[in-house]
Design a protein. Sequence first.
Length: 511
Amino acid sequence: MPTRELISVLPEAILTLAATAVMLLAAFLRARREAWCAGVALFGLAAAMISLLWQTPPQPPAFNDMIRVDPFSMFFHLLFLGTAVLIVLSSASYLRRERLPAGEFYALLLFATAGMGLMAASNDLVLGFIGLEISSLSSYVLAGFRRHVATSSESALKYFLLGSFATAFLLYGIALMYGAMGTTRITTIQAILRGGLNPITAQNLAGEALAGSAVLEPVAAQAGRSVPAALLALSIGLIFVGLAFKISAAPFQVWTPDVYQGAPTPVTAFLSTGAKAAAFALFLRIFFVALDSALYPWPALIWACGVLSMFVGNLAALWQSNLKRLLAYSSIAHAGYMLVAFTANSADGVAAVMFYLVAYTLMNLGAFVVVTHLGNQGERYVEVTDYAALGYRSPLLAGCLSIFLLSLIGIPLTAGFLGKFYAFRAAVQADLIGLVVLAVLNSAIASYYYLRILVTMYMSPAEREVPIEPASAALRWVLGLCAAGTLLLGFWPRPVLAFAISAAQWLQGTR
């Protein structure tokens, strides 16, 4: 394997080796097994971050142009690895309390993160699908990790069955795309649609050994006609359904509340942040780069999906009493806000989505960390009423949760406010005024159920005794980092925003 190709997958290779090492340690180590497994997992994640230094762009395409190492992929790699580090640190006490095998948990987490990295760097639909499946299969197991709890097994089964249907849609869409275009390369599809190239010409330019093969030529080119519009439109629709499921966008969100409620809370935090970001990365690669909105009006499809996601998520959250389920519907609504920026179909819109994902990861992961700690053994205390008088019983936890909730609302001087501001600004610049009005209305609706939690914490008497265990040092570090990041991005967004704009412009340059 050439060195440049090894460098292009170095983070994924390191994560795979670290996951294998964790499994071996869990199988053969007896003393301090959990500590060693967590240490190796953190070492692997840190090594994967350091390996990104060797991937400093520009890097040539690798593996026959199937993988692109660019600012876009590096941005998401940092987001995935940072999320995984926070999950490892915050889940140690949970795994110990629930008596769950730490080695298996960390290994699956590392495998899922490796798959997410492939999704972000993929320039090929098939490779993106493989990365998605690596991540999804690990997530299915993680969702049912509390095997002795019926709700956890139920959530894993629902996630697997519905996820399999979504995977079938996505795979069938990729197959139809290949039938219409004769290729699965994202940039080659773009060249065919915009430059009039056929796959034979494009692959000759790329130096493909199979160039000139009639097998790779699309049906339309063989017949001397243009690309079949109906076949391509059906392919776009099927791919959209598969990816919309992964980001929990309506009307494909039906799995989200049950899976988020039944899965272990650290897994729920991972699904709502890292997994969602990975799906958005692949979404942006395919729709923003490959598909010409002037020929196929997919922004209208995303417009409708975004509006439906915001209303379904926010209106359903109004009636929830379980905090994990409430945050699940909130996740659906926030997917809608990100789709508002995506609908703009511009570099500013892509940068807004990327910035929003960072802000959402910090505030949502922090909120779930608080829920993880306060749930106690068996996750018995996850109702909103269980947080009554929390502001007096544990001011630190209540203060951190307040910061995260205010940011989820979009209060100024928090990361959530700037995330929504940049998303809505991108939509306004694209003359999507009606969509922005609906998004602002939904933000007002959402403030009710977030403020209800705050009122419960500070203004409601406790209905029953809820024990609060002292937070571990690792958990305090995670809460501190999430809270500080949420506030810092609200005051000083420039570094993250500049990185996102650079990555979005680089992505636009490939169009």
